[in-house]
Design a protein around this ligand. Structure first.
Ligand code: BMP
Length: 213
């Protein structure tokens, strides 16, 4: 995993042109670009290949199905050019393992969701977060997604996964602090709207980079 700037851009915009302009402007300032349903549904899966020519892509489809379907979904996004993918752990070790194996075949990374960053994650995910993180390890995931909005939960997840990677969303727009998430043990931060909705995305990115340097 590349960890030069420690930033992953969440590219939740709806126009292909806007997406490519943003990624071009931010080239070198982010290690990866995370592309999920909003942009893929708006612009088509081909956007993964187009962005990949500028920056490596993590496909965030939060894959959560039976093992066979998980394999098929993972193979599609990897064939489209993604070098990493995000899958849910709550569906169980076999399903997550299917994603990990598909990724391994392509030399790609798999991140398992433990506890999400929004308030609703406290209803069902939080009580299971430690176990979900252990499942991520057992299934052969390279890392996990853990919430910058609750740094103490990053510490908990870290205690379950050893030196595997933690990528952490929730900085800025959701109220989380970049510095606190890294201090709690996150390896990289996932940042979307603080950058993509800014009038000056380069300046906004540099501000975050300053906070974490
Ligand atoms: P933003 O910085 O605009 O809040 O974006 C965060 C990104 O991370 C979004 O793409 C969101 O779907 C994703 N995400 C999250 O916010 N919390 C999680 O727990 C898991 C995520 O993938």
């Amino acid at each position: 995993m590349k960890k030069e700037t420690r930033l992953i851009l969440a590219l939740d915009v709806l126009s292909e042109e806007g997406a490519l302009d943003l990624v071009t402007a931010l080239e070198g300032r982010v290690d990866y670009v995370k592309i999920g349903y909003p942009l893929i549904l708006a612009a088509g899966l081909g956007i993964v290949r187009k962005v990949s020519k500028i920056a490596p892509v993590i496909a965030d489809l939060k894959v959560a199905d039976i093992p066979n379907t998980n394999t098929l979904i993972s193979q599609q996004v990897l064939a489209a050019g993604a070098v990493g993918l995000i899958a849910h752990a709550f569906v169980g070790k076999d399903s997550l393992k299917a994603c990990a194996e598909a990724a391994k075949e392509k030399g790609a990374l798999v991140f398992a969701v433990t506890e999400m960053s929004h308030p609703g994650a406290e209803e069902f995910m939080a009580p299971l977060a430690f176990k979900l993180a252990q499942t991520a390890v057992d299934a052969g995931a390279d890392g996990v997604v853990a919430p910058a909005t609750r740094p103490e939960r990053i510490r908990l997840v870290r205690s379950a996964i050893g030196d595997r990677i933690i990528i952490s969303p929730g900085v800025g727009a959701q109220g989380g602090s970049a510095r606190s998430a890294l201090d709690a043990g996150a390896d990289c931060l996932i940042v979307g709207r603080s950058i993509t909705n800014s009038e000056d995305p380069v300046k906004a990115t540099d501000k975050i980079l300053e906070q974490i340097s």
